[in-house]
Design a protein. Structure first.
Ligand code: NAD
Length: 478
């Protein structure tokens, strides 16, 4: 018996969770269930976190969490509880298998069996955003070495356990040389430890296009958080429906299992949603907690049901499908197939599945870190960068001089182009005069000078070198 936490979530959540629980319990899953309330109802009752303290206690005690989708408002409003849960619990790895069920589920891609391993805790999902000027807002993209090492190793270990042949990495490191550059660098380092598994890297734009056009070319794909979020929806959708894929969120201590899709509010309360995505999540949960035989039995019954042409509306197609079923009826059909195997689709065996036991991250020795300059960001409503340069040069000190100004990353001084469009958000880079060494007081002096000169400094970024290597990007065009 394993004690798990269950949340029925919002929108179609309660319907697909009821269907999923009915199937897995009918299959003999040995579970004790603690149900908690999360999401919209909790927010509306006045809890801004969307979850009560006692519910966190339940999740942390049980360690295994089966969660239906939760509604998160767009633009403003409360933070995503999904992201908060993944990060609070250290669920660094998000595993999303997307497999074609040809010829029973209509797809343009008959041969497709991809697993997307998405980094789950960092990247732009740090959710650290600021408005600094009238015209410009920013979001911090944070990528860490532990984050990269953990997720890349997870992808290779997963490939090894599942007997998969290739791990592909997608990044945009031609543009984001520091952040995506680190992810790619760590991928290359760790790939060397797995010579038996093929590895490759694609720039995300062409990689995504290739994945959408020729998914049969890919096997396991590992990527940073945002790309993995977007592309796992694409991958699931091109197998036939976003409603077909499940997701395992794995951490060192806890785990959470869900569908990859959201709460689809427009489909709620109509008994039409496909419970397959959440069911796939639940099957991954059962293998994770060692109930592999039950997981196998459910997966084979599910495959048989799809093979029988019993389909929910999202995958129903005249000619391919036999009968359009509602959520509840689909669950009943899967239950009546328990113990059976698909005849044409490949029956599964999970005998070798067990949680991956990865080494904990060990912090590397610190590099030699040297302060080599500072970027001072300035809010200024003018339009001629030469005018700003003249103004900002007045705050130079004996140690630091203005070396460059950029606007949205493109160099506008010295030698800017008059064609470049400029906003009110300017980065002024200060570097030391030759032979002068600087420290934090040198920066404070600049900021004081800026105050005296009525220059609206909105933030600073210190420029460091690590073991002699520049830890900051150049200006575009520099
Ligand atoms: P969505 O994934 O909820 O739905 C998009 C569309 O996909 C639906 O309108 C429907 O046509 C189809 N669809 C999705 N799931 C289906 C299913 N099981 N069966 C049949 N069709 C299905 O995306 P959205 O509308 O952009 O998001 C709705 C809400 O869900 C938002 O508040 C969003 O923040 C949230 N969300 C939550 C999670 C999560 O809880 N992990 C994930 C993604 C989105």
């Amino acid at each position: 018996m394993t004690r798990i936490t269950v949340a029925k979530g919002d929108g179609i959540g309660p319907e697909i969770m009821d269907a999923t629980l009915e199937i897995i319990l009918a299959a003999g899953a040995k579970l004790e269930i603690d149900e908690i309330e999360v999401g919209e109802k909790v927010y509306l009752a006045g809890n801004t976190a969307g979850i009560a303290t006692e519910s966190w206690e339940t999740i942390r005690r049980n360690k295994v969490f089966l969660k239906a989708p939760i509604t998160t408002p767009q633009g403003g409003g409360y933070k995503s509880l999904n992201v908060t849960t993944r990060k609070f619990l250290g669920l660094y790895s998000n595993v999303r298998p997307c497999m074609s069920l040809h010829p029973f589920v209509s797809t343009k891609h008959p041969v497709m069996d991809i697993v997307i391993v998405r980094e789950n805790e960092e990247d732009l999902y740090a959710g650290i955003e600021h408005q600094q000027t009238d015209e410009v807002v920013q979001c911090l993209k944070l990528i860490s070495r532990p984050g990269c090492e953990k997720i890349v190793r997870y992808a290779f270990e997963y490939a090894k356990q599942q007997n998969r042949k290739k791990v592909t990495c997608f990044t945009k490191d031609n543009i984001m040389k520091q952040t995506d550059g680190l992810f790619h660098q760590v991928f290359d380092e760790i790939a060397k430890e797995y010579p038996e598994i093929e590895n490759e890297h694609w720039i995300i734009d062409i990689g995504a296009a290739k994945m959408a056009a020729t998914p049969e070319f890919f096997d396991v794909i590992v990527m940073p958080n945002l790309y993995g979020d977007v592309l796992s929806d694409v991958a699931a959708q091109i197998t036939g429906s976003v409603g077909l894929a499940g997701s395992a969120n794995i951490g060192e201590e806890c785990s959470m299992f869900e569908a990859i899709h959201g709460s689809a509010p427009r489909r709620a309360g109509q008994n039409i949603a496909n419970p397959s995505g959440l069911l796939q999540g639940a099957i991954m949960m059962l293998t994770h907690i060692g109930q592999t035989e039950i997981a196998e039995k459910i997966q084979n019954a599910w495959l048989k049901t799809l093979e029988d042409g019993l389909h929910t509306y999202d995958i129903f197609k005249e000619g391919t499908s036999k009968q359009k079923l509602g959520t509840k009826e689909f669950a009943k059909a899967v239950i009546s197939n328990l113990g059976q195997k698909p005849k044409i689709l490949k029956a599964v065996s999970y005998a070798t599945n067990s949680p991956l036991n990865l080494p904990r991250y060990k912090r590397k020795p610190a590099a030699k870190k040297e302060l080599v300059g500072v970027d001072i960001f300035v809010h200024w409503n003018g339009s001629n960068p030469n005018e700003l340069a003249a103004k900002v040069k007045r705050i130079e000190s004996d140690e630091l001089k203005l070396s460059m100004i950029t606007n949205r990353g493109i160099k506008v001084w010295p030698d800017g182009f008059t064609e470049t469009f400029c906003t009110d958000h300017w980065r002024c880079r200060f570097k030391p005069f030759e032979n002068s060494s600087i420290n934090k007081s040198s920066i404070i002096e600049l900021l004081k000078n800026a105050l005296n000169e009525n220059i609206d400094s909105i933030k600073t970024e210190n420029l460091y070198s690590f073991d002699g290597k520049a830890g900051y990007s150049l200006g575009q065009g520099q």
